[in-house]
Design a protein around this ligand. Structure first.
Ligand code: FAD
Ligand code: DLZ
Length: 508
């Protein structure tokens, strides 16, 4: 009687009940497969990081006495697909039962469901034990009218007893400290560098290349930075709490040429692979607050991201898939400009955001939302192309979290399910929140004419062309009033400038 238990590359949760005791009748199976490396073109560090973390996880299981079967990408027996490998593994182990954890992505959940059913063996699916709201409950909670994030977040704060007074009211008398969390960063306090590791993954990189996996971005295989084990992820979390959390809230919306990471946590890769549990990350921040090492505003701002946004987008995803992946409310059809793939643009802010993404597989939230996302939105780029780019380029990108952020929050392709208005901004926004405009080829003050910043004319063009859908949104009333008050010649020149830029997006 052997039971095969499948562990996916983003299910590296060492504290899952599965691993609480050694069972001779269980074989844990992990597979590196082309079906997962190829469904979108990934950043080299994403493939390297997932494989390296999977290998370390499998080694730790074996060292703890569990039986493990690990299929490497270059193994000639590897049929390169979960479903194609499974019958062979069942035969090899004479398996009489199959078990798996819930997959986070709809695509994989469907495929595994079919394969398990087709096996004819008794099988079970268990929770991955990671999220603060179980998947079925999340899907039900979001099935009707999607709640606004703020109200969902308050519900979870109450349910989990986080930052509450004894009477159930929020600590400090407010649920939300957003107004204190919008400063730009003057360069002081200094932003501590992240505790990048220096793993030598050159051997693994050779295996990946020999197998023919196509990637993009810098592999940095000789000094790979991301944490690959729970121990390393815990050390990264401790570093964040000690050195960055105190300033997280205040500068969470800032962008700077002087720091690609500012006071962000850098924990999404470890969280999404489940090396860390969201509750332990939240608890580490709460402990810092109780010790007096971080203000309430900083702590609440951080907790909101994990307890609020992270669980929220997952709820939207599981309630709305598969249709959500096809939404295109603004009927955007343009291809992404070519410089999304090589950072070769004269727009300083986008060059920096894309350049660092290619170098590290990371950009922080405001770079993703208000630089690359905002530009694609204003230019009317096809959300399929935008999704594929985001899903590939970031080491933390898995569809359950990428899709609602990209198609929903950033591209408004869901017509306002996730965000109550499109996150559109002109160069005035970029200049206010960042220090990029000073050294830029383009002039952030110009709407049209020589070196006019493309964000300006495209911003007005976007609002003009979507007037029928957006003008009644009260949160956009001011933008439309400003547009209507603009001198007619100025308005025409601005729209003409946008038309000109739209015909040559690749050469911006
Ligand atoms: P911090 O800013 O330090 O935040 C702490 C944690 O909060 C993050 O690690 C993350 O787990 C969580 N978090 C913060 N914001 C969000 C959010 N909007 N949705 C979900 N979780 C959030 N995040 C991903 O994990 N994977 C993605 O593929 C992804 N794609 C995105 C695409 C777009 C267009 C946008 C606008 C955002 C996307 N995000 C994604 C959310 C966010 O940008 C990243 O979680 C964050 O930048 C990760 O870096 P960090 O750990 O330094 O985050
Ligand atoms: C992203 C990814 C990649 C590139 N490769 C693998 C792999 O070879 N084997 C694996 O088990 N998982 C991989 N993953 C993560 C999966 O895509 C992820 O587990 C599913 O999409 C479910 O979220």
């Amino acid at each position: 009687m052997t039971c095969l238990r499948l562990i996916l590359g983003d299910q590296l949760n060492a504290r899952h009940p599965w691993f609480g005791r050694v069972d001779e009748g269980v074989v844990y199976v992990l597979m590196e497969v082309r079906s997962e490396t190829d469904y979108v073109r990934h950043h080299a560090q994403k493939v390297l990081g997932i494989f390296a973390a999977m290998r370390r996880f499998a080694e730790a299981l074996a060292a703890a006495g569990h039986r493990v079967d690990y299929l490497r990408i270059g193994d000639p027996r590897n049929r390169q697909d979960f479903g194609a490998n499974l019958p062979w593994l069942i035969g090899r182990w004479q398996a009489s039962r199959l078990e798996r954890m819930e997959a986070d992505e709809w695509r994989v959940e469907q495929a595994l469901g079919e394969v398990f059913d087709a096996s004819g063996l008794p099988h079970a699916v268990v929770s991955a034990g990671h999220f603060l709201l179980e998947r079925d409950e999340a899907a039900k909670r979001f099935a009707g009218k999607v709640p606004r994030m703020e109200f969902f977040y308050r519900e979870l704060r109450r349910r989990h007893g986080i930052l509450l007074e004894p009477d159930g009211e929020p600590r400090g008398g407010r649920w939300n400290f957003d107004a204190e969390n919008r400063a730009n960063w003057p360069g002081d306090p200094p932003a501590p560098a992240w505790p990048w590791r220096r793993h030598d993954l050159r051997g693994l990189w050779e295996e990946i290349q020999a197998a023919g996996v196509q990637t993009f971005g810098e592999p940095s295989a000789d000094a790979f930075g991301w944490p690959l084990t729970r121990r390393e992820a815990r050390a990264w979390l401790a570093d964040f709490v000690a050195r960055r959390l105190a300033h997280f809230g205040r500068y969470q919306d800032a962008i700077s040429a002087r720091s690609p990471t500012l006071f962000h946590a850098g924990l999404s890769f470890a969280l999404n692979l489940k090396m860390l549990h969201p509750r332990e990350v939240i608890d580490a921040a709460l402990a810092a607050f109780e010790r007096g090492d971080a203000s309430l505003a900083a702590t609440e701002g951080f907790v909101r991201q994990i307890l609020g946004w992270r669980e929220y987008v997952r709820g939207v995803y599981w309630a709305r898939m598969p249709g959500y992946a096809r939404l295109n409310a603004l009927e955007a059809r343009r291809p992404l400009p070519s410089w999304y793939w090589d950072a070769d643009t004269r727009m300083a802010c986008l060059r920096a955001a894309i350049g660092q993404s290619l170098a590290t597989g990371y950009a922080h939230h405001i770079q993703r939302l208000m630089l690359t996302g905002n530009f694609a939105l204003l230019a009317g780029c096809d959300p399929d192309a935008v999704d594929a780019w985001y899903l590939g380029i970031y080491v933390d990108a898995f569809e359950w979290v990428e899709l609602p952020n990209t198609r929903g929050m950033s591209q408004f392709a869901d017509g306002g399910l996730v965000g109550s208005k499109p996150y559109s901004g002109s160069a005035a926004y970029v200049n206010r929140q960042s220090d990029h405009c000073r050294g830029c080829h383009y002039r952030h003050t110009r709407r049209h004419g020589e070196r006019a910043c493309p964000f300006n004319s495209l911003y007005w063009h976007f609002h003009a062309r979507h007037r029928a859908q957006l003008a009644r949104n009260p949160r956009l009333a001011m933008a439309y009033r400003s547009f209507d008050r603009m001198d007619a010649a100025e308005r025409a020149a601005t729209l003409a400038q946008a038309e000109y830029y739209l015909t040559r997006l690749d050469s911006l």
